[in-house]
Design a protein around this ligand. Structure first.
Ligand SMILES: *[C@@H]1O[C@H](CO)[C@@H](O)[C@H](O)[C@H]1NC(C)=O
Ligand SMILES: *[C@@H]1O[C@H](CO)[C@@H](O)[C@H](O)[C@H]1NC(C)=O
Ligand SMILES: *[C@@H]1O[C@H](CO)[C@@H](O)[C@H](O)[C@H]1NC(C)=O
Ligand SMILES: [Fe+2]
Length: 504
């Protein structure tokens, strides 16, 4: 327990017991407590004073060039790729054609304009109320070589389009690799700004933490806004894998429209390699890439004890081999720790079920979205929470992950600007503005992390951190830091308890 909890808890007790004595002394005590708490600034996280002047939070009009559809009859559009296997030697290429199904084949090879290999894909389509989708193609290309640039071509004749991607290095503990993290992107000018900044960041694969198009905010969940979103992200997603996590805006449960298949548009448009990690659902799965083992969870699928997701996660965590993939990263949509008033405690149910595993398996970091602001926690856990008795509060825990919320992609719902005051001591940094994060895995022990605020077109690295791997890094330095940041309850009591006790 750290000082602020300590202050508040003791403050309340003291003030209650002082009531008969009248107002002035309790005010004095409060003032004293405030001074005591704020003087010890190292304990307190910071809430950024930055106030952003926003672009309006409205979607870019459909006729804008951001959504431009390539010329040519039945030309492939909305091209995006994702990892197609467990270890990064396969890619799933997806795209949409609108005039006729056309071919689902992908021509590819390691030399530009020379496509020696061919893979055959599949076509699907769906309707959502009065919306009729185009022909959605998915093609797996596998047995790729690691660390190799591949060129690929889709579509026929003069409408064919060409792209490329780089496969990751072999799974190896010191494989350096840079991930980007974006959440709740949507399709406003803020979204475009986030995407443009991300594309300049050097990110090699994007971890997308849910809430993609916000098409469900339109009348009848207008599927046209799924298509425009596909066009918007193509300039990045056709060239590097986007790792998909589902959010609440993907659920699209509309019984009033006769639409009761959850995640319908998402599941038709975005594939995930879930079978490769022995999952039974595309909504939760894992991949390994370079030196990272990435676990994707679904906040909106059953996860309590005995459900398929719970069984799968239990088994997957046992499959993690930190000797090969030192970096253990978890993605989900609803954050487990969030001190913003928006979506407050919506991650609590999942926290109650999975947090103890995150601590047991020393997860390095948990990325979430959902809350349209940025927040980063210290390493804390609340696994001893007991509804009957005992501990109530999150405590510093060196085995716990750092929780990072990046729901600040820039969608039409705008920013979640109200944080709870006082900032809880588990919260290290928080700011309500738009941006994206990058995570540069350097080797088995070190990673550099940045959160980059868009700042109306300028790229501003705002929050940054050196991560020491939870499995490989020597614990000594971290422990020393921890002591500095989080004095134990006993230590605090020894230092301040006496003074507090001696107050009138
Ligand atoms: C998919 O496309 C085919 C060919 O145009 C059409 O016959 C079928 O009805 C479509 N399916 C759905 C679910 O829209
Ligand atoms: C919670 O507290 C009760 C009552 O003290 C105790 O019997 C129980 O073992 C505790 N449960 C856990 C999981 O710690
Ligand atoms: C790992 O990377 C960090 C940061 O770049 C560097 O300081 C450290 O020496 C590296 N360690 C090894 C074993 O290469
Ligand atoms: Fe959300």
């Amino acid at each position: 327990m750290d000082l602020r909890y300590f202050c508040i808890a003791r403050g309340r007790i003291a003030i209650d017991s002082l009531k008969p004595m009248g107002g002035w002394s309790s005010q004095l005590l409060l003032l004293y407590l405030v001074v005591l708490c704020s003087a010890n600034y190292v304990l307190c996280g910071s809430t950024s004073p930055y106030v952003r002047s926003e672009y309006p939070s409205t979607d870019i009009p459909l006729d804008n060039e951001a959504f431009v559809i390539p010329e040519g009859f039945n030309s492939p559009q909305q091209v995006h790729i994702t990892q197609g296997d467990y270890d990064g030697k396969a890619v799933i290429v997806s795209w949409v054609t609108t005039s006729e199904p056309g071919s689902s084949e992908v021509w590819y090879g390691t030399e530009e304009n020379k496509y020696e290999l061919k893979a055959e894909g599949e076509t699907t389509n769906y309707t959502f109320y009065d919306y009729i989708s185009g022909f959605i193609h998915h093609c797996l290309i596998d047995e790729l070589k690691h660390n190799t640039k591949y060129y690929y071509k889709i579509g026929a004749g003069s409408s064919a389009r060409e792209f490329w991607f780089q496969t990751p290095p072999e799974i190896q503990p010191d494989a350096a690799y840079t991930f980007g993290i974006i959440g709740d992107l949507g399709q406003t000018y803020n979204s475009l700004s986030t995407l443009d900044h991300y594309m300049k960041s050097g990110g090699q694969t994007l971890l997308f933490v849910g809430d993609l198009s916000y098409a469900d905010n339109y009348k009848h969940n207008d599927g046209v806004r799924w298509d425009s979103w596909g066009c918007l992200v193509e300039k990045s997603a056709a060239y590097q894998p986007w790792i998909w996590t589902t959010g609440n805006h993907e659920i699209e449960y509309r019984p009033d429209l006769g639409e009761t298949t959850m995640f319908k548009a998402f599941l038709h448009r975005f594939l995930t390699p879930y079978k490769a990690s022995q999952s039974s659902s595309p909504l939760w799965y894992a991949i390994r890439r370079a030196s990272a083992h990435i676990i994707v969870l679904s906040s909106y699928s059953p996860f309590v004890k005995y459900t398929p997701q719970w069984h799968w996660l239990r088994a997957e965590l046992k499959r993690v081999n930190r000797e090969k993939t030192p970096w253990l990263i978890v993605l989900m949509h609803a954050p487990l720790y969030n001190s913003n008033t928006a979506h407050y405690m919506e991650g609590e149910a999942m926290r109650a079920v999975f947090e103890k595993w995150f601590v047991k398996y020393k997860v390095d970091m948990v990325f979430a979205g959902h809350v349209h602001a940025y927040e980063r926690s210290y390493r804390i856990s609340n696994i001893n929470y007991n509804i009957t008795t005992g501990n109530r509060y999150p405590v510093p825990d060196k085995s716990a992950p750092v929780y990072i919320t990046v729901g600040d992609g820039g969608n039409q719902e705008g920013l979640a600007g109200r944080f709870f005051e006082v900032q809880p001591d588990y919260s290290a940094f928080r700011e309500a503005s738009y941006g994206h994060s990058t995570l540069e895995l350097k080797n088995r022990t070190h990673a550099l992390y940045h959160w980059n605020r868009n700042d109306d077109g300028k790229h501003v690295p705002t929050d940054h951190l050196v991560f020491h791997n939870q499995y490989w890094a020597s614990n000594t330095r971290r422990r020393r830091l921890k002591k500095h940041k989080f004095p134990s309850h006993a230590a605090l009591f020894a230092k301040y308890g006496k003074i507090l006790d001696s107050l009138p």
